[in-house]
Design a binder for this molecule. Structure first.
Ligand SMILES: Nc1nc2c(c(=O)[nH]1)N(C=O)[C@@H](CNc1ccc(C(=O)N[C@@H](CCC(=O)O)C(=O)O)cc1)CN2
Ligand SMILES: Nc1ncnc2c1ncn2[C@@H]1O[C@H](COP(=O)(O)OP(=O)(O)OP(=O)(O)O)[C@@H](O)[C@H]1O
Length: 187
């Protein structure tokens, strides 16, 4: 299937799933699996996004990272389709972006793109070669091509495929770790 078509299908599927209690249960399970793993061990600087309602919820992850004394950095999508990460703590002012997610409001905020772990959002993942289907901006492919960082995704049961059922392109960057409702798939 074309990426564009699958994207539309996945968004519809994830939006419907977001209405269910099962989705919330999986969000919680994925969060616990990540926090009980050693994936964040020794990691100080962690890049995240604020989630849309049909994505895996990141708000409790962020709160937990703050509790653990980790440094959290929030993605900002730039108009040239690059992405930067900005320090995010409980008193950081946020604003809703064009894309509909919260970003750091201060345009002068200091950029920190040298991260230890990056929690990557997405619509679908294949658990064999770890490819990812995102919203189609290419933000993460561009970022991961440029910055060496341990990447991971939180993948609920609607996001996981055995093989990519979409065309994988030369610029597509595989993800290092997939945290699924069943297990953690490493590289
Ligand atoms: N929660 C979350 N945050 C995220 C992402 C994500 O997938 N999930 N991103 C993952 O990449 C980045 C933002 N992705 C974006 C994708 C599209 C547009 C955007 O401006 N879209 C235009 C259409 C542009 C076009 O078609 O050329 C629009 O909606 O008007 C902006 C950001 C960073 N933050
Ligand atoms: N390293 C790169 N340098 C320049 N352009 C790139 C790079 N990686 C991807 N792109 C461009 O980004 C576009 C979108 O890529 P793709 O469809 O894989 O996005 P995606 O991974 O689904 O989106 P996102 O990361 O924003 O969620 C492609 O058309 C491609 O030309």
């Amino acid at each position: 299937m074309e990426k564009k078509e699958l994207r539309k299908q996945q968004i519809a599927k994830l939006q419907a799933y977001a209405e269910t209690a099962e989705k919330k249960r999986e969000d919680q399970l994925l969060l616990e699996r990540l926090l009980n793993s050693d994936l964040l061990e020794g990691a100080e600087k962690i890049g995240v996004t604020s989630s849309l309602n049909f994505e895996v919820d990141t708000s409790r992850l962020i709160a937990s990272l703050w509790d653990q004394g980790k440094e959290v950095f929030l993605a900002r999508a730039n108009s040239d389709r690059t992405m930067d990460f900005l320090a995010y703590n409980y008193n950081t002012k946020l604003k809703v972006s064009k894309f509909g997610v919260s970003e750091v409001a201060d345009p002068q905020a200091q950029i920190e793109n040298d991260l230890d772990v990056l929690v990557v959002p997405g619509l679908a993942y294949d658990c064999t070669s770890h490819y990812r289907l995102g919203f189609g901006g290419g933000y993460y492919d561009r970022f991961l091509a440029k910055h060496q960082v341990k990447s991971l995704v939180l993948a609920n049961s609607k996001m996981i495929y055995q093989k990519p059922v979409w065309p994988v392109e030369a610029f597509d960057m595989p993800i290092n770790y997939l945290v699924t409702t069943e297990e953690i798939i490493g590289d």
